[in-house]
Design a protein around this ligand. Structure first.
Ligand SMILES: Cc1cc2nc3c(=O)[nH]c(=O)nc-3n(C[C@H](O)[C@H](O)[C@H](O)COP(=O)(O)O)c2cc1C
Length: 355
């Protein structure tokens, strides 16, 4: 049986994907996105490989997914090959279609421990991590190692099974489908180093890479350098790997144009879909303020029902994004930042739709 991500990468051009976004692209977000306008591929937010392998069971919430989101790629970060091996085995057990290694996060909390974009300057460690996940995929597919070999706590095993009950995924030992292995990265740390970094990734046992056209130092400032993405695409296409571009894509039209112009196999949309899941629709349509409110409310309801213990705070940022573009957005935003329950949110409907 072939892998759906590989199928998509060979049959669709350009491939359109939802970017991984920590704290945002959780299960309610991805589920809602899939129901409204489903991208070709979807990434989870990143999850610490060390945390997963050390029984931090809360982290498995980030890996919850529904069948409708397939093909889905689970993303992990960190810097210890042993943890990557364990996390790789777990993601196989959870039925992910792809496993992605984060080598692009600029946050100091990640890079000061040697993970994320810091790996660009530690190619030998980066290769070890890739090798570890590849070994996990091979071992899982051949059933030469199972979760039992990881000596996890019972609570972790129960959590993994709980995730599988939620997603409706059941392993069929006779038909194990290996996930793809990929890396999402940046142009460099202080300066672009694509002449060294991209050929190096091209030598690794990967299926594709995703390149965000900024350096670590840039964070999210400036613009994504698509000329350097183009040069990287030229380099990577000398191997069998595919390349997906990331950075500043606002809609499908721009994504298609850039894919053609800069020679990538696909593109991701990240910030462009916040508060605007309709951005992934094939045809652009006018979205009414009633539709926006209904979607915002549904998003909040799904989040409350799935994560009842979470504070409302984490949703407020998204509420504000749904209000963007409304004629009276400023006033609406001051109301939305105060919302701390679904009832309070419902009470704002009239004001929102007439805004
Ligand atoms: C809030 C936020 C969280 C992000 N989290 C992740 C992440 O978990 N993993 C990752 O590879 N990239 C992450 N990114 C980077 C995005 O996936 C994407 O590459 C970047 O935002 C550029 O694309 P855009 O202009 O379409 O947003 C994050 C970006 C933002 C804004």
């Amino acid at each position: 049986m072939s892998n759906p991500i590989l199928d998509i990468l060979t049959s669709i051009h350009p491939v359109v994907g939802l970017s991984p976004m920590d704290g945002l692209t959780d299960e309610p977000f991805r589920l809602l996105q899939s129901k409204i306008a489903k991208p070709d591929i979807i990434f989870t937010e990143f999850v610490s490989a060390e945390g997963l392998s050390h029984n931090a069971t809360k982290l498995f919430d980030h890996l919850l997914y529904s069948q409708i989101e397939r093909p889905i790629i689970g993303q992990i970060f960190g810097r210890s090959p042993d943890s990557f091996y364990s996390a790789g085995l777990m993601l196989c057990y959870l039925g992910f279609d792809g496993i992605d290694i984060n080598m692009g996060c600029p946050a100091a909390t990640v890079t000061q421990h040697g993970g994320g974009a810091a790996l660009i300057d530690k190619p030998a460690v980066a290769a070890e991590l890739i090798k570890a996940v590849k070994a996990a995929i091979n071992d899982f597919s051949t059933q030469s190692r199972t979760l039992t070999d990881l000596h996890l706590k019972q609570k972790t095993l129960d959590t993994l099974d709980h995730n599988n009950v939620y997603s409706g995924f059941k392993i069929d030992p006779k038909n194990i489908q290996p996930p793809t292995l990929s890396v999402k990265t940046r142009l460099g740390t202080n300066e672009p180093v694509i002449e060294r970094w991209i050929p190096y990734l091209g030598e690794q046992p990967l299926d594709f890479i995703t390149l965000h056209g900024r350096t670590l130092k840039q964070g999210y400032s400036g613009v994504s350098d698509w000329e350097l993405i183009k040069e990287s695409a030229r380099i990577i296409h000398q191997t069998k790997l595919k390349i997906i571009g990331s950075g500043d894509i606002k809609n499908r039209h721009q994504g298609s144009e850039y894919s053609q112009k800069y020679g990538v196999d696909g593109y991701l949309i990240g910030r462009g879909c916040l508060g605007n899941p309709w951005v992934f629709l094939q045809e652009t349509t006018e979205i009414t303020s009633q539709q926006k409110f209904d979607t915002l409310l549904l998003h909040a309801q799904m989040a409350r029902s799935l994560f009842p213990d979470r504070q409302f705070d984490y949703l407020r940022q998204q509420f504000l994004l749904y209000a963007a573009g409304l004629p009276n957005a400023k006033k609406m935003r001051t109301e939305l930042v105060r919302v701390s329950s679904l009832d309070q949110l419902c009470a704002l409907e009239q004001e929102f739709v007439s805004c």
